[in-house]
Design a protein around this ligand. Structure first.
Ligand SMILES: C[S@@+](CC[C@H](N)C(=O)[O-])C[C@H]1O[C@@H](n2cnc3c(N)ncnc32)[C@H](O)[C@@H]1O
Length: 351
């Protein structure tokens, strides 16, 4: 993600997309098995980025837990992301945003960990409630080049598609194994992720076309080389409902977790909704370009030979080319998402 608060400023699409999963988090907070006092109740936020989109879900979960715990019991909120994440922006927003959950409640203690969620991040059996939104679609590694695209969903290359599919399956299992270790018995985890819809559609077609088109524009302008463009990959995947369910098929549980519910749905395209009222094609294009810039352009820039020297200009040029392409024919974006609840076997059931 782009740092310096850029993700916080350009991620309202994600905030809107996550909102249907917040009632699942509230329900999980009502039903989760709580640790006995004086143990701390721990909420983990996996893939927090710069934190703005975590404020609402964390506040919602804490509100429900407070009713159960009373005002004095400590709650720890652990935001986690990759080591290179802009944690300064996260701590600033926690300290100063009027919507910050930590400003309102003196017995909530936020902290952060910079470690991949494809490893164990927190001590075994220490997490009461987990939340992860718009994060598990990111793979642990790029499994290979995509010769004809930057996004695997729109590639026609069978070998590349197979490699990404295998990586996605391995990574989902790896994510689950580590969360299963961290959750306390009876703990609950709510996940919201990009997904494939029931027709296998990844969505975002105009945005992905604009991103790939912009990369090719920069090759034509000789700002990047063909080899740099060839290496540029967005390491995200949309998984289908069946993909998410695969580890649980057969026994119904995986690594001690059960998948209590899962739903694939469409997120609201609020940029399109706003365009229909203002009618300004450039504004529509700028909003989607800002979304793409903050989410994926730094990842593409990592493939530049002299990354440090050219990344900033590359990202600016990408945004300008994307705007040029997207403003020509504004159209709605399909936003397939999956929301699910995972439960770790309770202390009663394992006793
Ligand atoms: C699109 S942002 C989502 C931020 C926020 N949760 C939201 O709902 O808007 C995805 C975040 O996942 C993080 N991420 C990607 N791969 C990760 C990994 N292996 N471990 C931890 N975080 C990861 C990225 O660094 C990024 O901050």
């Amino acid at each position: 993600m782009e740092g310096h608060g850029a993700y916080n400023r350009s991620s309202r699409v994600q905030a809107t997309g996550s909102s249907p999963a917040v009632p699942l988090l509230e329900k999980a907070a009502r039903e989760v098995e709580l640790p006995l006092p004086p143990e701390t109740v721990v909420i983990a936020d996996y893939g927090s980025s710069e934190g703005r989109n975590s404020l609402g879900p964390m506040a919602a979960a804490i509100r429900v837990l407070r009713d159960r715990l009373g005002p004095d019991r400590a709650v720890s909120v652990v935001h986690t992301d990759l080591p290179g994440n802009d944690f300064t922006a996260l701590f600033q927003i926690l300290a100063s945003d009027p919507d910050s959950y930590s400003r309102a409640d003196p017995t909530v203690f936020p902290c952060a960990v910079g470690r991949s969620f494809y490893e164990q991040i927190l001590p075994s059996s220490s997490v009461t409630l987990g939340w992860s939104s718009w994060a598990v679609q990111w793979l642990s590694r790029i499994p290979g080049v995509i010769p004809d695209q930057v996004q695997i969903a729109y590639s026609q290359d069978a070998a590349a598609r197979a490699a990404f599919c295998q990586q996605a399956a391995d990574d989902w299992r790896c994510f689950l194994v580590h969360r299963a270790a961290e959750l306390s018995p009876g703990g609950r985890l709510v996940v919201l992720s990009m997904a494939l819809d029931h027709h296998g559609d990844f969505g975002y077609r105009p945005a992905v076309a604009a991103i790939y088109g912009a990369v090719l524009d920069l090759v034509d302008e000789v700002f990047i080389s063909k080899e740099e463009a060839r290496r540029m990959v967005i390491p995200t995947v949309g998984r289908s409902r069946q993909d998410f369910m695969a580890p649980f098929v057969g026994s119904g549980s995986f690594a001690g977790l059960t998948l209590e519910e899962i739903d694939v749905f469409y997120g609201e395209d609020r940029i399109w909704t706003e365009f229909r009222s203002h009618g300004d094609a450039r504004k529509y294009a700028a909003r989607w370009a800002a979304f793409s810039r903050a989410s994926v352009c730094p990842t593409l820039a990592a493939s530049l030979d002299d990354h440090e020297g050219r990344a900033a200009e590359f990202i600016d040029r990408m945004e300008a080319r994307m705007i040029g392409r997207l403003k020509v024919a504004p159209e709605p974006m399909l936003i397939p998402l999956a929301k699910m609840v995972l439960v770790k076997g309770s202390s009663q059931s394992s006793a």
